[in-house]
Ligand binder design. Structure first.
Ligand code: GRF
Length: 223
């Protein structure tokens, strides 16, 4: 099955690019109907146009209330035939005006292992806290920020000499892998949500020997 996808961006759109690249190479069965940014200068718009995908900017500052902005987004997405929405660095909180018509069909990527470090500057929060494992999360969007059921997470190591930028780059590299993967699972009809649990049909399991520590365990603790 191919999903009719709309992507919302605010900034550079590197996650959008990862999605576009996977669609182009045939590993993600998505028809990207429209890319919408809430900033006219979002680089994501240029990435969409380069891929010959319709791109629009809808400036939240043009709307008196959040709900008005959300209604306009829904109108444009519906007009484009969008069934699933991927937030890719979209820096606005969505209200029920958006989330009711697209209930259970909105995904987001967050650069931390939720529920740790929700909100802004998650990469900085992780670097400053001195976590050993940082990461990223693809989750369904609900009305609370960075909160909905989790589809996939990736862990990356964090080191004492990391800062926001170095750790952020390591996380971003994994974002670009897990977001297209999550969308492909949805396109394949393999994703089911049971309250807070997301079940991916046919998903492989990792077993104890494959779990991560950072720093690595040394002999004899690694046996
Ligand atoms: C990513 O780190 C994403 O997790 C966060 O915002 C950033 C967007 O990056 N929500 P990009 O615009 O996809 O390059």
């Amino acid at each position: 099955m191919t999903i009719a996808l709309g992507v919302l961006v605010s900034g550079s759109g590197s996650n959008l690019q990862a999605i576009l690249d996977r669609v182009r190479e045939g590993s993600l069965d998505a028809d990207i109907r429209v890319v919408i940014a809430n900033r006219a200068d979002a680089l994501g718009l240029a990435r969409a146009r380069k891929a010959r995908i319709s791109a629009a900017s809808v400036l939240h500052t043009d709307f008196p209330q959040r709900e008005d902005f959300d209604r306009e987004l829904v109108r444009l997405l519906r007009e484009a035939g969008v069934e699933w929405v991927a937030l890719a660095g979209f820096m606005r909180i969505l209200t029920p005006e958006f989330l009711t018509p697209y209930a259970g069909r909105v995904l987001n990527i967050h650069p931390a292992l939720l529920p740790a470090c929700p909100g802004l500057h998650a990469q900085r929060q992780q670097a400053e806290h001195g976590v050993r494992l940082a990461g990223c999360t693809v989750h369904f969007v609900d009305e609370q920020m960075d909160h909905g059921p989790i589809v996939i997470q990736a862990a990356v190591p964090a080191f004492a000499d990391d800062d926001e930028a170095s750790l952020g780059a390591r996380i971003l590299d994994m974002e670009h892998r897990i977001y297209p993967q999550a969308l492909q699972w949805i396109a394949q009809g393999r994703v089911r949500v049971q309250e807070r649990q997301v079940v991916v049909a046919g998903g492989a399991r990792v077993f104890s020997g494959q779990f991560w520590t950072n720093p690595p365990l040394e002999h004899p603790f690694n046996g």
